[in-house]
Design a protein around this ligand. Structure first.
Ligand SMILES: [Zn+2]
Length: 248
């Protein structure tokens, strides 16, 4: 039942995999079954863009849609940004991605594939996720919403009363995970972060990224713990914690 209805497609570029979804022109979801591809960042920026376009293509085919129905594409991409559509030093992407104009790269690739210009919007993945979550969190009220989404890193967003995310003049308004944590209150020291900062980023104390440091320090006090004697790397030990906790 696709007919000639117009659609808008969204690409979510994650650290390890990229997902594609879409909505009809009235904003209703086409299908919640997302197309998913490896982001392939270790193969370079061209491979990443190819994966995004393939994701759109796969999603269209699965839902019996054609490229000429695509009226616009949105891309959610982790920050920080140097300027609109240009990535800075991102903790979960290769260092040589710094300064990459992913807006122009994706825009060109989409136009080439569609045979015409395709409008593209890009923005911070935390902000875009926050816009959607805020709708659930506040219902019909006008309250503002703060989202904290811990995973590999810490996705954060502030959504105002209009339902729009805080970007700030620098587009890094809610890169809150890389602000310094109050170390004197946490009784801990400054661990290095994937972003390159060594002042003790909040992300390191709230997500998987900092667990290896915390665990190594704590295990020194418990020499008889099974992990203290384990030959695994600090990161592998940290990833085994959930399994151990579930056994208790
Ligand atoms: Zn950081």
């Amino acid at each position: 039942m696709s007919g000639k209805r117009q659609v808008y497609i969204g690409t979510d570029s994650g650290a390890t995999s990229s997902k594609t979804g879409g909505v009809w022109e009235d904003g209703t979801t086409i299908s919640t079954k997302l197309a998913q591809q490896p982001t392939n960042s270790e193969a370079g920026t061209t491979a990443v863009v190819r994966g995004w376009v393939e994701g759109v293509n796969e999603y269209l085919i699965r839902n019996d849609l054609k490229w000429d129905q695509v009226q616009g594409v949105g891309l959610a991409m982790p920050g920080p940004y140097k300027r609109y559509g240009v990535i800075g030093r991102s903790p979960n992407l290769p260092a040589n991605f710094e300064g990459w104009d992913f807006y122009t790269a994706y825009s060109s690739a989409l136009s080439e594939r569609a045979g015409r210009a395709v409008p593209l919007m890009v923005g911070n993945d935390g902000n875009y996720g926050g816009v959607a979550e805020a709708q659930h969190a506040r219902g019909k009220s006008k309250s503002s919403v703060v989202m904290l989404a811990p995973g590999s890193g810490l996705g954060t967003a502030y959504i105002d009363s209009r339902g729009l995310p805080l970007d700030g003049d620098t587009l890094n308004g809610m890169e809150a995970g890389h602000m310094p944590a109050p170390l004197h209150l946490l009784d801990t020291k400054a661990y290095p972060c994937g972003c390159g900062r060594t002042w003790g980023c909040i992300e390191v104390y709230t997500t998987i990224s900092g667990l290896p440091y915390l665990l190594t320090e704590k295990l020194a006090r418990y020499p008889d713990h099974e992990l203290a004697k384990s030959p695994l790397s600090a990161k592998e030990k940290a990833l085994s914690l959930r399994g151990l906790a579930q056994k208790r």
